[in-house]
Design a protein around this ligand. Structure first.
Ligand SMILES: [Zn+2]
Length: 292
C-alpha cells in the first residue's frame, strides 16, 4: 500500500481521492478496506474508527493535526459554548470526528488554475486545497482570480488537473462585484484566519460584543419591543443578496420590517454559524478576531 505524504493545505477529501488513485483502487470498498487496515481495524467498520482518524493515520499525522490543517472543521466549529472548547480534532469529541469532520460545505469542488499550475511545477502533481472550499468565497485568496469548479463531491476522486480539461469557471464579473464589496472580502479574510485556529473561540464573548455593537449602530438587539432597524434589514441593505443566500439560505425571501431568525437570531441567542458570524464581524467593523 502506498501512503502519499499530505501536501501543504491539502483538503482531506482530496487527499483521500489521491490515496485511492495512487493505489489504483477503483471501488469504495477497496478504499474503505485499506483505511480500516491502515488504522489497525482490519475486518472492522467505521463504527470502530472514524474515517477522518483512519485518513490521518494514512497521512502519518495526529488526528488533531489532520483535522486542524486539512478539514473545514476549524471554520465550521469556530465558535462554541464554554463546555465544548476542546481543540479541533480532539478524540474526546467522537461525534464530530464520526459525523461531520469530512463534511463538504458546497455542492461544488473548487480549485484555482494558477495554484494548480504552480503545484504542477513544484510537486509534479495538482491537488485540492482547503482554502478554496470556503463557503461563499469565489476567488483564490492567493491569486485573486475566479475559482474553477467541478460539480459534486465525487470530483475529489480526481485531481484538479483532471477536471481542468473542461472546467467551469466562476463568472469574472461576479467576482469583480465582490472585490468592490469590503464586507465580502473581509469575510474571506476572516474565514482564512479561522481556518488557522487550532481551537474554537468562546461564543459568549462574541455574542456580548455583537450586542454591544448593535446597540451603538441603532440595531434592534433584544427580545420584546422592537427598537431600531432589524439587523436582517441592515445586512440586506449592504450585501449582495445572491451572495448572502449562499451563507444564509432563504435570505432573499425575507420581507423588510420583519424578524428573520437566521440573521436577527444571532443577537438574541447563541446559535450562530461560523460563516455568518464572520460576515457580522466586518459589518460591525470589529477589526480583529484577536481582540475577542
Ligand atoms: Zn490560486
Amino acid at each position: 500500500m502506498l501512503r502519499p505524504s499530505i501536501l501543504p493545505g491539502e483538503y482531506a477529501l482530496g487527499y483521500q481521492g489521491r490515496f485511492a488513485c495512487l493505489n489504483g483502487w477503483r471501488s469504495e470498498e477497496q478504499l474503505n478496506q485499506a483505511l480500516l487496515d491502515v488504522s489497525g481495524h482490519s475486518g472492522g467498520t467505521f463504527l470502530d474508527v472514524s474515517r477522518v482518524e483512519a485518513l490521518s493515520m494514512a497521512a502519518g499525522l495526529t488526528v488533531e493535526n489532520f483535522v486542524s490543517h486539512h478539514t473545514t472543521i476549524p471554520l465550521r466549529r469556530a465558535f462554541v459554548a464554554d463546555d465544548a472548547i476542546l481543540s479541533h480534532g480532539n478524540t474526546q469529541q467522537r461525534d464530530i470526528l464520526s459525523m461531520s469532520a469530512l463534511k463538504h460545505m458546497d455542492a461544488r469542488a473548487y480549485f484555482c488554475q494558477v495554484c494548480m499550475n504552480e503545484d504542477l511545477t513544484q510537486y509534479g502533481l495538482s491537488y485540492w486545497r482547503r482554502m478554496h472550499q470556503i463557503l461563499g468565497a469565489y476567488h483564490c485568496p492567493t491569486h485573486c482570480v475566479p475559482l474553477c469548479y467541478s460539480r459534486g463531491i465525487k470530483s475529489f476522486k480526481g485531481s484538479p488537473l483532471f477536471h481542468a480539461k473542461c472546467p467551469e469557471v466562476v463568472s469574472f464579473e461576479w467576482v469583480l462585484d465582490f472585490f468592490k464589496c469590503a464586507p465580502i472580502l473581509r469575510y474571506v479574510e476572516i474565514c482564512m484566519e479561522l481556518l488557522n485556529q487550532s481551537a474554537p473561540k468562546r461564543i459568549n464573548l462574541i455574542s456580548s460584543v455583537l450586542r454591544a455593537e448593535a446597540k451603538i449602530n441603532g440595531i434592534h438587539h433584544g427580545q420584546g419591543k422592537v427598537n431600531g432597524i432589524y439587523f436582517s434589514d441592515y445586512i440586506l441593505d449592504i450585501l449582495n443578496v445572491v451572495w448572502l443566500e449562499k451563507i444564509v439560505p432563504e435570505a432573499s425571501t425575507k420581507f423588510r420590517g420583519t424578524y428573520f431568525q437566521s440573521i436577527d437570531g444571532v443577537l438574541v441567542d447563541t446559535s450562530i454559524g461560523a460563516a455568518w458570524l464572520c460576515c457580522i464581524n466586518k459589518v460591525f467593523e470589529i477589526n480583529s478576531l484577536q481582540s475577542l
